[in-house]
Design a protein around this ligand. Sequence first.
Ligand code: ATP
Length: 767
Amino acid sequence: MEKENWFNQEISEVEKNLETNLKTGLTTEQVEQKREKYGLNELKQQKKKNIFQKFLAQFKDFSIIILIIAAIISGIVGIAEGEGITDTIVIMIVVIVNAIIGVAQESKAEKSLEALQKLSSHAAKVIRNGKTEVIPARELVPGDIAIIETGDYISADLRIVEAINLKSQESSLTGESVPVEKMSGVIDKKEIGIGDRTNMLFSSSLITYGRGTAIVTETGMETEVGRIAEMLSNTEEQETPLQKKLNKLGKTLGIAAIAICIFIFILGLFQGKEPIHMFMTAVSLAVAAIPEGLVAVSTIVLAIGVQKMVKRNAIVKKLPAVETLGSATVICSDKTGTLTQNKMTVKKAFWNGRLEDIESAEMDNELQQLIYNAILCNDTKVLEDGSLAGDPTETALTQMAFNFKLDSSIYGDMPRIAEVPFDSERKLMTTVHKISDNLYRVYTKGGVDELLKRCKGYSLNGNYRNDLERYKKEIYEKNEEMARNALRVLAFGYKELDHRPEKEELETIEKDLIFLGMVGMIDPPRQEAKRAVEKCKTAGIKTVMITGDHKITAIAIAKQLGILENEDEAITGSELEQISDEELTKNVRKYSVYARVSPEHKVRIVKAWQANGEIVAMTGDGVNDSPALKTANIGCAMGIVGTEVAKEAADVILTDDNFATVVSAVEEGRRIYDNILKVIQFLISCNIGEVIVLFLATLLTPLFAKWFGIINVAAIEVLLPIHILWINLVTDSLPALALAFDPANSDIMTRKPLKPSTRSIYKRHDI
Ligand code: ATP
């Protein structure tokens, strides 16, 4: 079937061709029909091994190969000597039972990892049956109407219907890392490259700016990325550093076993024993020395551990992260929402030189403007039942406006005609509203310093004043007073225009503003975060708070949480810019709070800690947080407020956005690591015991024979391979599995973390 050129079509054509409706989206019935026709929105997976292939794979193991050789030789010898093949049968039964246990463990581990992958897969916001819904991206079908926001990961190909400052990063398709500006108009040209189809969004790209709506045109293997999917390397199975070490250990033990075998074999020959007899003894030794199941048991411990972590609200996307979590020494956490509740309520307002409780504030011209600004320069959605949905900072502002008897009609009275979205770099947001054909009002809100820098004067009791420098002293004083009480402060400004601003003008619109006032909102610390910080202290883990908020607010909250004692432990983003990377590395231990930082600073902070040999966990939610999440040893993305981009970059997703969850994941990581070490110690000590018994027995038989007066030393049988195998099966593999479920030691969070350099797989913390 010839593929449609969606970029050549008018929106109405696309809508018709895909039998959808821009306003109400698809109906449930249509979705079902389309799913039947197009299937799930997935790329074809690599073929999975079937159970028989899995079973066969077990026989690739070194120790199993040795056993099979032993079985064949004992069979040949048995038949030659007329003793039958009982030994061969027993060895083969043991080998098969071992393989079955191996397959069962592998399947269980695979299942829990698949379940995890589903949990951490992308989501998409669509309109269906006239309502907005968030669905797993794999359920998208052609014709779905998607709502696109900054930070979204695009999971299908889409034709853009509406684009507001929309920019998309398509490097995985085009190799171009600079985000492309998107628009909704028709493109006339027929043959153009993906990079030039600016009215389309493509699966696997990231929305770095703006918002919009779009119609899903292609899904699954039909998307542009699907077409090249065959070329893309599929995600390889990852081995964790510990599993790598275990494989190495297994090989070393194997070589040591062979060396001992050869030694014993030669020794036996000197003692005058028959070569075939000595061969069997040597095989018994090899079987005794090789810890079968070492890697398999550790995989199952990891898999069970990650399942447990899901119950504690942490989805681990990559297995190695479990081990790294257990060795974390520093946790860098965002403030808003992670250490605090993100339940904001406006408490105070400053305008006309007065700082007052918002509840008892009396309305006047400036407060009126401030409230218009607060509700209009705001992306909160008022739902049908009257509840508010959106960013908590903004819903708090909308609630404040509603408390002043303003209602939703304001949105229609002063419609938004343009905007510059909020970003944590500028710490500002601006919207433009139409009052009449030749009167437009620009509303800006954001950080106090950032806004004041863009003001030329202020409004006082209905009059414009230009002596802003003088007024600033008062503003800063009141800002500080609110911040000291842990209030998050936002400032407001406006200006009027006699024309609708063009696109170019928007880029520089945040200037010559008139300062209106400020509000202070509380965002109480999470009680569980306070306990978690305490836990970190006893566990030797440093907690660092990183926030875009004001320094004084950050200090006040950090004190309440026990993160900081002295104010000189706090530093701002601009102070950070003054110091070099070397200086930061030298002094990084001094700072517990970073305030007013932008996401770029986070990378420097992580690197400085890492340069000191620390293992850093870092939380993040925005698009710009992804470099820091990737740089950190463990990137933790927020599951609720986090963007899809942050989730993509992270190793762990916190489903409750809570700092305490990071700490319990660390605790669980430590438990898992401990249990793997317990298994290793157990298996190796069992094997060493067996080797010693066999070794000494062979060495000492002539001596004992002499004592007991036995003349024919060569006839004395030491333990046979089947004996050792039986002991291994009953006393090694099964009890080792039980250790996987061992509860945490009581000192799990009171002992210091071990540095990875000093971590050895033979040494547990408590021994
Ligand atoms: P965190 O502690 O997680 O970094 P934060 O909210 O303090 O969160 P940002 O979200 O980057 O950090 O916000 C930084 C600053 O930008 C805030 O202190 C505030 O001054 C301003 N700000 C936050 N949200 C908005 C918004 N919706 N509109 C305008 N300004 C905002």
